[in-house]
Design a protein around this ligand. Structure first.
Ligand SMILES: [Mg+2]
Length: 278
Protein backbone atom coordinates (compact mmCIF):
# COMPACT_ATOMS: atom_id res chain seq x y z
CA UNK A 1 0.00 0.00 0.00
CA UNK A 2 1.43 3.31 -1.06
CA UNK A 3 1.86 5.68 1.83
CA UNK A 4 0.74 9.20 2.60
CA UNK A 5 2.57 12.41 1.81
CA UNK A 6 2.40 15.18 4.40
CA UNK A 7 3.22 18.65 3.07
CA UNK A 8 3.61 21.65 5.37
CA UNK A 9 3.75 25.38 4.85
CA UNK A 10 6.21 27.19 7.13
CA UNK A 11 5.20 30.74 8.11
CA UNK A 12 2.12 31.10 10.33
CA UNK A 13 1.60 27.34 9.96
CA UNK A 14 4.51 25.56 11.68
CA UNK A 15 5.93 28.76 13.12
CA UNK A 16 4.94 32.34 13.81
CA UNK A 17 7.84 34.08 12.13
CA UNK A 18 6.69 37.61 13.03
CA UNK A 19 9.25 39.23 15.30
CA UNK A 20 11.46 36.17 15.36
CA UNK A 21 14.50 37.93 13.92
CA UNK A 22 14.43 40.58 16.64
CA UNK A 23 14.35 37.86 19.28
CA UNK A 24 17.23 35.86 17.77
CA UNK A 25 17.78 32.21 16.99
CA UNK A 26 16.82 30.86 20.41
CA UNK A 27 13.31 32.06 19.89
CA UNK A 28 12.49 29.35 17.35
CA UNK A 29 11.14 27.06 20.06
CA UNK A 30 8.87 29.77 21.50
CA UNK A 31 7.43 30.57 18.10
CA UNK A 32 6.57 27.01 17.02
CA UNK A 33 2.98 25.86 16.61
CA UNK A 34 3.11 23.07 19.19
CA UNK A 35 -0.46 21.99 18.44
CA UNK A 36 0.39 21.27 14.82
CA UNK A 37 3.58 19.49 15.88
CA UNK A 38 1.67 17.32 18.34
CA UNK A 39 -1.29 16.66 16.02
CA UNK A 40 0.49 16.08 12.72
CA UNK A 41 4.26 16.53 12.35
CA UNK A 42 5.39 14.43 15.32
CA UNK A 43 3.09 11.43 14.70
CA UNK A 44 3.82 11.55 10.95
CA UNK A 45 7.57 11.51 11.65
CA UNK A 46 7.18 8.67 14.11
CA UNK A 47 5.24 6.49 11.66
CA UNK A 48 7.60 7.39 8.81
CA UNK A 49 10.59 6.31 10.87
CA UNK A 50 8.89 3.00 11.62
CA UNK A 51 8.14 2.56 7.91
CA UNK A 52 4.39 2.67 8.48
CA UNK A 53 1.89 4.52 6.25
CA UNK A 54 3.88 7.73 5.69
CA UNK A 55 6.04 7.97 2.56
CA UNK A 56 7.26 11.53 2.89
CA UNK A 57 7.11 14.70 4.96
CA UNK A 58 7.82 17.82 2.92
CA UNK A 59 8.08 21.55 3.40
CA UNK A 60 6.63 23.72 0.63
CA UNK A 61 7.15 27.36 1.53
CA UNK A 62 7.06 30.72 -0.20
CA UNK A 63 9.66 31.97 2.26
CA UNK A 64 12.82 32.87 0.34
CA UNK A 65 15.30 32.96 3.23
CA UNK A 66 17.11 29.64 2.89
CA UNK A 67 18.96 30.34 6.13
CA UNK A 68 15.79 30.85 8.12
CA UNK A 69 14.08 27.82 6.57
CA UNK A 70 17.20 25.74 7.21
CA UNK A 71 17.40 26.89 10.85
CA UNK A 72 13.77 26.00 11.57
CA UNK A 73 13.87 22.66 9.80
CA UNK A 74 17.10 21.62 11.47
CA UNK A 75 15.64 22.74 14.82
CA UNK A 76 12.63 20.49 14.16
CA UNK A 77 15.02 17.61 13.45
CA UNK A 78 16.76 18.18 16.80
CA UNK A 79 13.48 18.58 18.65
CA UNK A 80 11.66 15.55 17.26
CA UNK A 81 14.76 13.44 16.64
CA UNK A 82 13.59 12.40 13.23
CA UNK A 83 15.70 12.77 10.10
CA UNK A 84 14.30 13.21 6.62
CA UNK A 85 16.01 12.34 3.37
CA UNK A 86 16.53 15.87 2.08
CA UNK A 87 20.03 16.08 3.51
CA UNK A 88 20.90 13.01 1.44
CA UNK A 89 19.34 14.00 -1.89
CA UNK A 90 19.76 17.78 -1.84
CA UNK A 91 22.98 17.63 -3.87
CA UNK A 92 21.27 15.52 -6.57
CA UNK A 93 20.09 17.09 -9.85
CA UNK A 94 16.52 17.40 -8.58
CA UNK A 95 17.56 18.44 -5.09
CA UNK A 96 18.60 21.99 -4.31
CA UNK A 97 22.33 22.42 -3.88
CA UNK A 98 21.90 26.11 -3.01
CA UNK A 99 20.16 25.10 0.20
CA UNK A 100 22.42 24.94 3.30
CA UNK A 101 23.73 21.46 4.05
CA UNK A 102 22.01 20.59 7.28
CA UNK A 103 20.22 17.67 8.85
CA UNK A 104 16.50 18.28 8.71
CA UNK A 105 13.25 16.57 9.60
CA UNK A 106 11.96 16.96 6.05
CA UNK A 107 12.30 14.64 3.08
CA UNK A 108 12.17 17.58 0.72
CA UNK A 109 12.30 21.34 1.18
CA UNK A 110 11.02 23.60 -1.56
CA UNK A 111 11.54 27.33 -1.01
CA UNK A 112 10.02 30.16 -3.03
CA UNK A 113 12.92 30.42 -5.51
CA UNK A 114 13.26 26.67 -6.12
CA UNK A 115 14.16 26.15 -9.79
CA UNK A 116 10.98 24.21 -10.54
CA UNK A 117 8.65 27.01 -9.40
CA UNK A 118 7.45 30.00 -11.40
CA UNK A 119 9.80 32.58 -9.94
CA UNK A 120 7.15 35.02 -8.77
CA UNK A 121 6.85 36.66 -5.33
CA UNK A 122 4.05 34.33 -4.36
CA UNK A 123 4.17 31.24 -6.58
CA UNK A 124 1.12 28.97 -6.42
CA UNK A 125 1.39 25.74 -4.48
CA UNK A 126 0.13 22.89 -6.61
CA UNK A 127 0.09 19.12 -6.95
CA UNK A 128 2.79 19.62 -9.58
CA UNK A 129 5.12 20.70 -6.76
CA UNK A 130 4.25 17.54 -4.83
CA UNK A 131 4.84 15.45 -7.97
CA UNK A 132 8.26 17.08 -8.40
CA UNK A 133 9.23 16.26 -4.83
CA UNK A 134 8.04 12.64 -5.15
CA UNK A 135 10.03 12.20 -8.36
CA UNK A 136 13.11 13.66 -6.66
CA UNK A 137 12.66 11.17 -3.83
CA UNK A 138 11.94 8.27 -6.16
CA UNK A 139 8.54 7.71 -4.57
CA UNK A 140 6.22 6.27 -7.22
CA UNK A 141 2.62 7.41 -7.78
CA UNK A 142 0.12 6.15 -10.32
CA UNK A 143 -1.26 9.46 -11.55
CA UNK A 144 -2.39 12.85 -10.27
CA UNK A 145 -5.50 11.35 -8.70
CA UNK A 146 -3.33 8.93 -6.75
CA UNK A 147 -1.15 11.83 -5.65
CA UNK A 148 -4.24 13.74 -4.46
CA UNK A 149 -5.46 10.68 -2.56
CA UNK A 150 -2.19 10.44 -0.67
CA UNK A 151 -1.41 14.11 -0.05
CA UNK A 152 -2.27 15.97 3.17
CA UNK A 153 -1.53 19.66 3.05
CA UNK A 154 -1.23 22.17 5.91
CA UNK A 155 -1.31 25.91 5.24
CA UNK A 156 -2.70 29.10 6.76
CA UNK A 157 -3.44 30.45 3.27
CA UNK A 158 -6.92 29.37 2.16
CA UNK A 159 -6.36 30.09 -1.50
CA UNK A 160 -3.47 27.96 -2.69
CA UNK A 161 -4.28 26.16 -5.91
CA UNK A 162 -3.62 22.75 -4.39
CA UNK A 163 -6.69 23.20 -2.18
CA UNK A 164 -8.89 23.45 -5.26
CA UNK A 165 -7.07 20.52 -6.87
CA UNK A 166 -7.55 18.27 -3.83
CA UNK A 167 -11.24 19.24 -3.80
CA UNK A 168 -11.64 18.55 -7.53
CA UNK A 169 -10.24 15.06 -7.04
CA UNK A 170 -12.66 14.49 -4.17
CA UNK A 171 -10.43 15.13 -1.15
CA UNK A 172 -11.36 18.53 0.32
CA UNK A 173 -10.53 17.27 3.82
CA UNK A 174 -6.90 16.71 2.82
CA UNK A 175 -6.27 20.47 3.08
CA UNK A 176 -5.95 21.51 6.69
CA UNK A 177 -6.37 25.26 7.01
CA UNK A 178 -4.31 26.52 9.95
CA UNK A 179 -6.46 29.08 11.74
CA UNK A 180 -5.77 31.45 14.59
CA UNK A 181 -8.08 33.93 16.30
CA UNK A 182 -6.96 36.93 14.24
CA UNK A 183 -7.92 38.02 10.79
CA UNK A 184 -7.36 41.19 8.85
CA UNK A 185 -10.19 42.28 6.55
CA UNK A 186 -11.63 38.79 6.80
CA UNK A 187 -8.36 37.10 5.84
CA UNK A 188 -7.13 34.45 8.25
CA UNK A 189 -3.76 35.31 9.86
CA UNK A 190 -2.92 31.72 10.69
CA UNK A 191 -0.97 30.62 13.75
CA UNK A 192 0.17 33.38 16.10
CA UNK A 193 2.59 32.80 18.96
CA UNK A 194 0.91 32.73 22.35
CA UNK A 195 -2.57 32.54 20.86
CA UNK A 196 -4.73 29.45 20.48
CA UNK A 197 -4.53 27.36 17.34
CA UNK A 198 -8.17 27.12 16.24
CA UNK A 199 -7.51 24.67 13.43
CA UNK A 200 -9.94 21.80 12.96
CA UNK A 201 -7.74 18.70 13.20
CA UNK A 202 -10.54 16.16 13.18
CA UNK A 203 -9.69 14.65 9.80
CA UNK A 204 -6.02 14.36 10.74
CA UNK A 205 -6.97 12.68 14.03
CA UNK A 206 -9.02 10.20 11.99
CA UNK A 207 -6.08 9.48 9.68
CA UNK A 208 -3.78 8.61 12.59
CA UNK A 209 -6.47 6.53 14.29
CA UNK A 210 -6.86 4.48 11.11
CA UNK A 211 -3.09 4.09 10.76
CA UNK A 212 -2.89 2.94 14.39
CA UNK A 213 -5.57 0.32 13.72
CA UNK A 214 -3.64 -0.86 10.67
CA UNK A 215 -6.38 0.31 8.28
CA UNK A 216 -6.00 2.10 4.96
CA UNK A 217 -5.72 5.79 5.97
CA UNK A 218 -7.77 6.87 2.94
CA UNK A 219 -10.31 4.08 2.78
CA UNK A 220 -13.08 5.44 0.60
CA UNK A 221 -12.91 6.02 -3.13
CA UNK A 222 -13.62 9.75 -3.30
CA UNK A 223 -15.54 10.49 -6.46
CA UNK A 224 -18.32 8.08 -7.20
CA UNK A 225 -18.64 8.10 -10.93
CA UNK A 226 -21.06 5.68 -12.50
CA UNK A 227 -21.11 5.49 -16.26
CA UNK A 228 -24.28 3.94 -17.64
CA UNK A 229 -23.41 3.03 -21.24
CA UNK A 230 -26.87 3.46 -22.83
CA UNK A 231 -27.78 6.81 -21.36
CA UNK A 232 -24.21 7.95 -20.77
CA UNK A 233 -25.45 9.50 -17.55
CA UNK A 234 -22.85 10.17 -14.96
CA UNK A 235 -23.30 10.49 -11.24
CA UNK A 236 -20.95 13.24 -10.24
CA UNK A 237 -20.35 15.11 -6.99
CA UNK A 238 -22.14 18.49 -6.85
CA UNK A 239 -19.01 20.57 -7.42
CA UNK A 240 -18.43 18.96 -10.81
CA UNK A 241 -22.03 18.97 -12.05
CA UNK A 242 -22.89 21.22 -14.93
CA UNK A 243 -19.27 21.63 -15.98
CA UNK A 244 -17.66 20.09 -18.98
CA UNK A 245 -14.78 17.75 -18.39
CA UNK A 246 -12.60 20.31 -20.14
CA UNK A 247 -13.77 22.91 -17.62
CA UNK A 248 -12.97 20.71 -14.64
CA UNK A 249 -9.60 20.09 -16.20
CA UNK A 250 -9.11 23.82 -16.48
CA UNK A 251 -9.82 24.25 -12.80
CA UNK A 252 -7.15 21.69 -12.01
CA UNK A 253 -4.48 22.54 -14.56
CA UNK A 254 -5.30 26.09 -15.58
CA UNK A 255 -6.36 24.90 -19.03
CA UNK A 256 -3.13 23.16 -19.90
CA UNK A 257 -3.59 19.75 -21.41
CA UNK A 258 -1.89 17.17 -19.34
CA UNK A 259 -1.47 13.64 -20.59
CA UNK A 260 -1.70 11.89 -17.22
CA UNK A 261 -4.75 13.87 -16.23
CA UNK A 262 -6.45 13.34 -19.60
CA UNK A 263 -5.85 9.62 -19.24
CA UNK A 264 -7.38 9.71 -15.80
CA UNK A 265 -10.39 11.64 -17.08
CA UNK A 266 -10.93 9.23 -19.97
CA UNK A 267 -10.79 6.35 -17.54
CA UNK A 268 -13.53 7.75 -15.34
CA UNK A 269 -15.65 9.53 -17.94
CA UNK A 270 -15.12 7.29 -20.95
CA UNK A 271 -13.76 8.31 -24.34
CA UNK A 272 -15.07 11.23 -26.39
CA UNK A 273 -16.38 12.91 -23.27
CA UNK A 274 -14.04 15.83 -22.97
CA UNK A 275 -16.54 18.21 -24.58
CA UNK A 276 -19.53 16.67 -22.91
CA UNK A 277 -21.33 18.56 -20.16
CA UNK A 278 -21.33 16.33 -17.11
MG1 LIG B 1 2.01 30.62 5.61
Amino acid sequence: MAGLIFVFDLDQTLIDSDGIFEEGQNSIYNHLNMTLLRKALAPAAEFRDKGIAIDAICLLTNNSSREFVANVSSFLYELLQSKGRFSIIQGSPSGNSEFPEIDTIFDYIMVRQHASRNGSENPPKTLTDVAYMMNALNIPFRDVADLARRTYFFDDNPSHKIRQQLTTFGYPTHYTLIEGPDSVRGVNKGFIKGKPDLTDYKYIDQVFRRIQRGEDPVPVAPIHVTVVPMKRSIDLPPHLRGRTVAESMKSVYGGRRNKTYMKHLRKIYGRRLTRRRV
